[in-house]
Design a protein around this ligand. Structure first.
Ligand SMILES: C[S@@+](CC[C@H](N)C(=O)[O-])C[C@H]1O[C@@H](n2cnc3c(N)ncnc32)[C@H](O)[C@@H]1O
Length: 325
């Protein structure tokens, strides 16, 4: 994705329009209805000119086929719906928020909503809004099956038999659960309102510890593995340094600290997901950003950890550090 020619700029505008059209059709439930069977444009209950104008976009994208009397979802559209990957209401909200980029550049994030209040969250959750928190954690849970498995595949060979695991900022608990199911006693640490959600999902399969990782000195170790997935991008660099230092103290000598996240290269120009995810953190957290790999080396060194070794894990990176034995 580059901006080198006028043609590139036009493609970007098309992409933004396409995102708005697809998200709105999905948010209005049309794709769900098409999953059940063909529909005519007259059945949609939408403005005829708006339908006639947006339909060619959806056909061009390969999501819908057929004519005005018999619209059908294509195989690609069905597959995206099944995988939960079709853009929807969240993307429309993100587009609205991105329209406030000038204000964010002048005043800093988080972005403000229509009511003038900052839209910051705590790692994506809101203690005062259980519904919002549940939707967010459900979405992360659904999207993390493959990553939980590959994290487990990389990290479990480093564990002694029956080794203790801490899923720090574990949220929905899918990562921790992969270790617990394989016989490693696993504790999920998170804020109280998130622990309540995780208990509902996993019951006694996990142990739980509720608290604030900024102020907790003892995570209940010693652990053989402390795993932090998608945590450091939500925090300020100095808080990450302190958190990793305290986490390292809760490790057994020889134990492993692993971070799964998106890290910028030392020139700050890639990879793509880290570059763009930084914007999400700017818009929706108080201090978050995509850290550079170079910064993480400093955190590990200051915490007395060897490493980190960097492994590519799907589209993210897995950083593995060891406490000296
Ligand atoms: C982006 S979610 C990641 C959840 C899970 N680890 C994953 O990768 O899908 C960030 C998690 O960090 C937790 N979190 C944020 N700030 C925290 C704090 N101060 N103390 C404890 N947990 C915190 C959030 O509640 C949330 O569950």
């Amino acid at each position: 994705m580059k901006l080198e020619t006028e043609r590139d700029a036009a493609e970007w505008v098309y992409a933004a329009k396409a995102l708005a059209v697809v998200s709105a059709w999905n948010a209005l439930g049309v794709f769900d209805r098409l999953r059940k069977g063909p529909l005519g444009t007259g059945d949609l209950g939408l403005d005829p000119r708006a339908v006639a104008t947006t339909l060619p976009v959806l056909k061009f994208l390969g999501l819908i086929a057929g004519d005005a009397r018999c619209l059908v979802l294509t195989e690609a559209g069905r597959r995206l719906m099944d995988a939960g990957g079709m853009p929807s209401e969240r993307n429309l909200e993100a587009l609205r928020d991105l329209g406030n980029m000038k204000a964010v550049l002048r005043e800093g994030g988080p972005v403000k909503g229509d009511d003038g209040k900052p839209k910051g969250t705590t790692g994506g959750t809101r203690a005062d809004d259980p519904d919002y928190t549940r939707r967010f954690l459900d979405m992360l849970y659904q999207g993390s099956g493959a990553a939980a498995q590959s994290s487990f595949d990389w990290l479990s060979p480093l564990l002694p038999q029956g080794g203790r695991v801490l899923d720090l900022g574990g949220g929905h608990g899918r990562y921790g659960r992969a270790f617990a199911d394989a016989g490693y006693p696993t504790t999920l640490f998170d804020l109280p309102h998130v622990v309540a959600y995780a208990k509902g999902r996993h019951g006694t399969a996990l142990a739980y510890s509720a608290g604030d990782f900024h102020t907790t000195d003892d995570f209940g170790g010693p652990f053989d593995l402390i795993f932090m997935a998608n945590i450091v991008h939500g925090e300020a660099a100095e808080d990450n340094a302190r958190l990793i230092e305290r986490a390292a103290r809760s490790l057994r000598p020889g134990g492993t600290l692993a971070l799964k996240d998106m890290f910028l290269d030392e020139h700050g120009k890639g990879p793509e997901n880290a570059v763009f995810f930084g914007l999400t953190m700017l818009f929706y957290t108080q201090h978050g950003s995509s850290p550079t790999l170079r910064e993480t080396h400093e955190w590990f060194r200051a915490a007395g950890l060897e490493g980190p070794e960097v492994t590519l894990l799907d589209t993210q990176q897995l950083l593995i550090g060891r406490k000296r034995a």
